[in-house]
Write a new protein. Structure first.
Length: 125
């Protein structure tokens, strides 16, 4: 397993969501890195190769789609899960074009999210 292959990068401006996801992911054996803004993830010089970002769509600095596009522009192709309060048809159609592994609607069911992460990480080989 490559370094970071068991790491989830949680990018959400809501502290309660970050805490809840951290608990759920740690119970599943994942390492968790937290970011309260999209720009914080972009500024991290030590992005774990093989990690899986879980990115909130609506954040105050940049939205999740813009964040993913910027990551791709930096040749960062981590398998990303996009989460949002309302996943529209347009968002579901756009997500695969950006290489998003899954677009999930809040409230999140831990089992669906965790399974999506396992699937995304497994797809990396």
């Amino acid at each position: 397993m490559s370094p970071g292959a068991n790491t989830v990068l949680v990018v959400d401006d809501d502290a309660a969501v970050r805490a809840s996801l951290t608990f759920a992911f740690e119970v599943e054996g994942f390492q968790v890195n937290l970011y309260n803004r999209g720009k914080a993830l972009l500024a991290d010089p030590n992005l774990a190769e093989g990690a899986c970002p879980v990115v909130d769509y609506r954040m105050p600095d940049i939205d999740g789609i813009d964040l993913i596009e910027r990551l791709r522009g930096q040749n960062v192709t981590l398998p990303t899960i996009l989460i949002h309060g309302r996943v529209t048809k347009q968002l579901r159609m756009l997500a695969p074009k950006l290489g998003v592994a899954a677009a999930l609607e809040k409230p999140l069911f831990d089992s669906v999210l965790v399974e999506s992460i396992h699937t995304a990480l497994a797809s990396r080989g």
